[in-house]
Design a protein around this ligand. Structure first.
Ligand SMILES: [Zn+2]
Length: 300
């Protein structure tokens, strides 16, 4: 079976479309024909690494497809495999497993027409649903859910309203207040009232500092955007004297059932821009410059 995939051949080289003969799946894998795969800043960060964990590497860490043999519809999340034995795995927090493998990072991702995927964390999905928003729920949707589980208080600022932030804002409902660093995306006048909690959804020093400055004493800063090169500095004086709590939120603690329930009841509706897979290489480099409302999704 032929597979067309968006591949990084080496670190720092452009993403390119590559056709190859797909090998048979390993014993713990199934072959999945991809219906839709999202692409975001996490993929951009991988493409910018000085060294890739594996090469060549197919990008893409949130997708929907069908198992070729059974026809079952499945979701592909960023987490590919975990050890199942460590303390994190035993606590059901497999995303913190030190031995975890990740789609589109140290294992081939789903930005392709067809691929082989570990069955360990594949998610069974409903048949009759539009693939593009469903693909986004498998990555950004789960990270948004994990971030919201870490939120405390009644006034919650969401910093950065891109692929992740717009979903966090939807999940928070009336508690959420959106902040956008990009003036082109800013809606209304910036809010100045203090916040009980802030969720940072872009890997940006300015966003973290802005969020920190707006927190009430004993407020909580939830950082949900990651970047391998990201660093920030905050005032120790302000952190300690104001008793600010900081927490990193990733996939751990997210619930597929909860995300699908919020999607079914209409309170979680990913905004997507759908493009053909052939456009993926050019689109990856446009991601850095923003301008996409919601999430980019590619279909074969
Ligand atoms: Zn583990």
């Amino acid at each position: 079976m032929k597979s067309l995939a968006a591949v990084l051949r080496r670190a720092k080289e452009p993403l390119e479309l590559h056709e190859r003969e797909l090998p048979p799946p390993a014993p713990e894998e199934v072959t999945v024909r991809i219906e839709a795969c999202g692409l975001g800043l996490a993929d951009w960060n991988v493409a910018m690494l000085d060294a890739l964990p594996v090469t060549p590497l197919t990008l893409g860490c949130e997708a929907v497809g069908r198992e070729v043999v059974s026809g079952r519809r499945v979701g592909i999340t960023p987490l590919a495999t975990s050890c199942g034995r460590c303390a994190s795995c035993a606590a059901g927090l497999d995303a913190h497993c030190a031995a975890a493998t990740w789609h589109g990072f140290n294992r081939d991702g789903a930005l392709c027409t067809v691929g082989n995927f570990s069955t360990q964390h594949l998610v069974p999905l409903p048949d009759a649903a539009d693939a593009a928003p469903l693909a986004v729920l498998m990555g950004s949707g789960l990270v948004a859910d994990a971030a919201v589980q870490a939120v405390r208080g009644a006034r919650v600022g969401v910093f950065g309203l891109g692929g992740l932030g717009h979903l966090v804002l939807q999940l928070l409902g009336a508690r959420g207040i959106g902040f956008e660093l990009d003036p082109a995306r800013q809606v209304g006048a910036p809010q100045k009232r203090p916040l009980d909690c802030a969720v940072v959804c872009v890997p940006s020093v300015q966003a973290i500092q802005q969020a920190f400055a707006l927190l009430e004493p004993r407020g909580r800063l939830v950082v949900a955007a990651q970047s391998p090169h990201g660093r920030f500095d905050l005032s120790l004086q302000a952190l300690v004297s104001r008793g600010i709590e900081m927490v990193g939120a990733h996939l751990a603690g997210a619930s597929v059932e909860r995300v699908l329930a919020r999607w079914s009841d209409g309170t979680l509706q990913p905004k997507v821009t759908v493009k053909p897979l052939a456009d993926a290489p050019a689109s990856l480099y446009a991601l850095r410059d923003g301008g996409h409302l919601g999430r980019l999704v590619f279909v074969p």
